[in-house]
Design a binder for this molecule. Structure first.
Ligand code: URP
Ligand code: ZN
Ligand code: ZN
Ligand code: ZN
Length: 457
């Protein structure tokens, strides 16, 4: 028996059209008119838009950081994701210093196993580039991991130097692994932070003021140059500002293998949000920080023209009541990161599509199709076409919804988008043909999400 999703409007990166979707064995078997046959199970999608489930390639669930741990585990974080129409995410497995990459991956697998409700994969962040760790990069694809991440910021904890960056880019290139870079100059930032604290500048807004855009642009340009010398593929994460965009555009114009993402929050907020009264600005403390209005405009243009090909969340949730407060007297101790895994698609549909920055097709490309293609999931995830997994989000584009932490599903106690009215939300979500969410009810079983063995880049 097949499942037929009938009467909806299918949306892909290339176009939208009226069609039924036939699902067999968890995969899309056909997309076309009049596919229903006697005996088929039917989901009526009249008036709905059928989008590929969202793919969020940048999340931090159950991640130890700055003396605490992100408050969403694989269950709460993934429930929040699926409620917002996201069916796959790629999470960062962080190598503890001295550990092997294999041991780090084992730890992360243990956290996800039995908890997952959506499909997931791991990037592995190399923080201690020991010779034997560099050798391990070649073994990652056999473990289904085809991306590594290097931090050029967070001095003395996660940051690596240029030797490590260069060596990793080279090893990754040879192994068919994509190198992701957090591009900010951590050495200069460390000096600026120490000077600010010495002057008594301890409020959250100084987080933004000690991480100027030029230091993001410098690190972006440096990573691009090293990758270009090697002919290695490079992906810049959470790009936030105009001067960094210039570096990426120039590299792409030269034909370098450079792609980049931005994250939802950078379209909506500025550094002024870190100056909200009381300590509330701490809710917006993330790295890089939100920038200026002019940067927002530049990012909208860049996702429309293709300079940026992916919009992810960098979902890295810390509770305001008990975790952000670690930095009440000193902004350098505020855990860095913001939540957004549930809101991403709804607020981007609202501001991006309804707001006239890009089409519904481009929205699908930026939030599902391109992320899948960039990370070794092409042909499997991220489109509504025969052969793909039947990961589908049925959207009612007329449905009003108000974003509020009170009805969100994350374990975090605030939303950056609190009170924002949107029109359009996913009402039914399927993963590999199973209905996992309907009208805000979770139908997935804990543990039903699968680890994704990704293809080489
Ligand atoms: O502030 C942030 N972005 N925290 C998460 C870790 C990272 O840098 O991506
Ligand atoms: Zn109907
Ligand atoms: Zn980062
Ligand atoms: Zn991140």
């Amino acid at each position: 028996m097949s499942l037929i999703i009938s009467g909806g409007t299918v949306v892909t990166a290339e176009g939208q059209f009226q069609a039924d979707v036939r699902v067999d064995g968890g995969q899309i078997a056909a997309v076309g008119r009049g596919l229903a046959q006697a005996g088929d199970e039917v989901i009526d999608a009249d008036g709905k838009h059928i989008l590929p489930g969202g793919i969020d390639v940048h999340t931090h669930l159950s991640m130890p950081s700055m003396g605490t741990v992100t408050c969403d585990d694989y269950y709460t974080g993934q429930v929040a994701a699926v409620m917002g129409g996201t069916t796959t995410h790629l999470d960062f497995c962080i190598q503890p210093k001295g550990s092997s990459l294999k041991a780090a991956l084992d730890t992360w697998h243990g956290r996800a196993r039995g908890q997952a409700v959506i499909d997931y994969g791991f990037h592995v962040a190399v923080t201690d580039p020991l010779p034997e760790v560099l050798d391990e990069i070649a073994t990652l694809p056999d473990q289904g991991v085809t991306s590594i991440k290097l931090f050029l910021a967070y001095k003395d904890t996660l940051q690596v130097d240029d030797t490590a960056l260069f060596r990793c880019l080279e090893r990754a290139r040879d192994a068919g692994v994509l190198t992701l870079v957090h591009a900010e100059n951590g050495d200069a930032i460390e000096v600026l932070m120490a000077e600010a604290v010495a002057r008594g500048e301890t409020a959250p807004k100084y987080h933004a003021l000690t991480r100027p855009p030029e230091l993001e642009a410098e690190a972006t340009g440096r990573a691009v140059a090293l990758a270009e010398v090697l002919g290695a593929p490079l992906y810049i994460v959470h790009l936030s500002c105009r001067p960094a965009l210039v570096r990426v555009r120039e590299a792409q114009a030269r034909g370098a293998r450079v792609t980049a993402e931005t994250c939802t929050q950078y379209f909506f907020f500025t550094k002024d949000d870190l100056d909200r009264p009381g300590f509330e600005g701490a809710k917006w403390v993330c790295s890089p920080p939100p920038r200026e209005k002019e940067d927002q405009q530049a990012l909208w243009a860049a996702v429309a023209d293709g300079t940026l090909s992916v919009i992810s969340t960098d979902h890295c949730p810390f509770r305001f009541d008990s975790q952000k407060t670690l930095g009440r007297d000193d902004f350098t101790l505020i855990p860095n990161g913001v939540p957004g895994i549930e809101e991403r698609l709804m607020v981007l549909h609202q501001a991006g599509v309804r707001g006239g920055h890009f089409s519904l097709e481009r929205f699908v490309a930026l939030t599902a199709t391109n992320p899948a293609r960039s990370f070794g999931l092409g042909g499997v995830k991220g489109s509504v076409a025969p052969g793909y997994d039947a990961d589908l989000a049925l959207w009612n584009l007329a449905r009003p919804h108000m974003i509020t932490a009170a009805t969100n599903h994350s374990a975090v106690d605030y939303s950056l988008y609190e009170g924002m009215a949107v029109q359009g939300r996913p009402v039914t979500v399927l993963i590999r043909g199973q209905t996992v969410m309907h009208e805000g009810r979770l139908l997935a079983e804990r543990g039903s999400g699968q680890f994704l063995h990704r293809q080489r880049i």
